[in-house]
Design a binder for this molecule. Structure first.
Ligand SMILES: NC(=O)c1ccc[n+]([C@@H]2O[C@H](COP(=O)([O-])OP(=O)(O)OC[C@H]3O[C@@H](n4cnc5c(N)ncnc54)[C@H](O)[C@@H]3O)[C@@H](O)[C@H]2O)c1
Length: 318
């Protein structure tokens, strides 16, 4: 069936599936921009916690003058919650899926969404690494499926990667681009789908080498963090890698990397140290131990520091 061309003005109701770390923040972003949002997860407790967390996030933004304190009750009113998937999506014009990173689960949810949603509804996944063509495999609307990859925390990081499959229509891409822009995000269109798009691919390359450095005894994890934080990490917040190296010149880069590249980690296998950390339950904050010992106070201090820096960057952008 041919549907009339859709534009951003036709998007009124948003549904967000999965109310965890990312889902609640994505729902918040749409609600802040005045959209009606229905947030869905599998238990009432999870949904209650998500609403509470949105309230805390909004309070933080108000404390820093990014939103008006008086807008908080109205924003919260824009977010409805339900444990019933059909109720969450039946009137949705646009759905963002943010459930656990698991391909069969996402495929199953997209198949259900395909059956439950209106014909015009666009379905976007917030997957970190999977491709929209894989996620939408069992649906009949592959032209209306794409990824919108937000970064954590989605209400403090402006960029959203927009990844289309070869089946995604130009209309789906343009409505999504306009919608993201309208809610204050900075969409980056990724031209060709690939596992991990741009951001996660680059981060994966960095952490692969970081593990290799620690595993080979070149430096400790603490030293790696110290170096990144206080050197090129500072530059990266104002200039991308191509900009940074164009300041130096590609001839110098070529000379420096010719030997170095032979020594870098290029393994297709998971680093044995990473495997060992997971096998021994050293998961980081969630188990209280990783390379560091994580007390509640220590992790809160780091989270606060990151929030403050991200809020500062947001204000600089204004
Ligand atoms: N955490 C990050 O930094 C980050 C960044 C970008 C993208 N992502 C991606 O976002 C997605 C969500 O990640 P997260 O960190 O928010 O995870 P999370 O574990 O915090 O949240 C996932 C939520 O999905 C819910 N869920 C699981 N199965 C469900 C189902 N069948 N129906 C409805 N809800 C269900 C869970 O109950 C949970 O609340 C993943 O695909 C992840 O890769 C995560």
């Amino acid at each position: 069936m041919n549907l009339p061309n859709r534009e951003i003005k036709d998007i009124n109701n948003i549904a967000v599936i999965g109310a965890g770390l990312m889902g609640h923040g994505i729902a918040q972003e749409f609600a802040c921009a005045g959209y009606r949002v229905c947030l869905h997860d599998i238990t009432d407790d999870l949904l209650h916690n998500a609403r509470e967390q949105v309230g805390r996030n909004l309070k933080l933004l108000a404390e820093h003058g990014i939103i008006e304190q008086t807008s908080i009750p109205e924003t919260l009113q824009h977010i409805q919650t339900t444990t019933k998937l059909s109720a969450a999506v039946e009137t949705a014009d646009y759905v963002v899926e943010a459930v656990t990173e698991n391909l069969p689960l996402k495929q199953q949810i997209f198949e259900k969404l395909d059956n439950l949603c209106q014909l015009h509804t666009i379905l976007a996944s917030n997957t970190t690494a999977l491709m929209p063509s894989q996620i939408g495999l069992n649906t009949k609307r592959t032209d209306k499926i794409l990824n919108t990859h937000y970064f954590n925390p989605p209400y403090l990081i402006p960029l959203v990667e927009l990844i289309r499959s070869s089946n995604t229509s130009d209309e789906t891409v343009s409505v999504t681009f306009d919608l993201l822009t309208a809610i204050g995000k900075t969409p980056a269109i990724i031209e060709k789908e690939a596992l991990g798009f741009v951001g996660p691919r680059l981060q994966a390359a960095l952490i692969r080498e970081a593990f290799a450095i620690v595993e080979q005894g070149i430096a400790s994890a603490e030293t790696v963090d110290l170096v990144v934080r206080n050197s090129f990490g500072r530059r990266l917040s104002v200039a991308g890698p191509f900009e940074v190296f164009e300041l130096a010149g590609w001839d110098l880069v070529l000379a420096a990397f010719e030997e170095l590249y032979k020594d870098l980690n290029s393994s297709h296998d998971i680093n044995p140290l990473l495997q060992e950390m997971v096998d021994s339950g050293k998961l980081g904050v969630k188990s209280g131990e990783g390379f560091y010992q994580w007390t509640d106070e220590r992790q809160q201090t780091l989270r606060d520091k990151m929030s403050q820096a991200l809020i500062h960057a947001m204000k600089e952008d204004e």
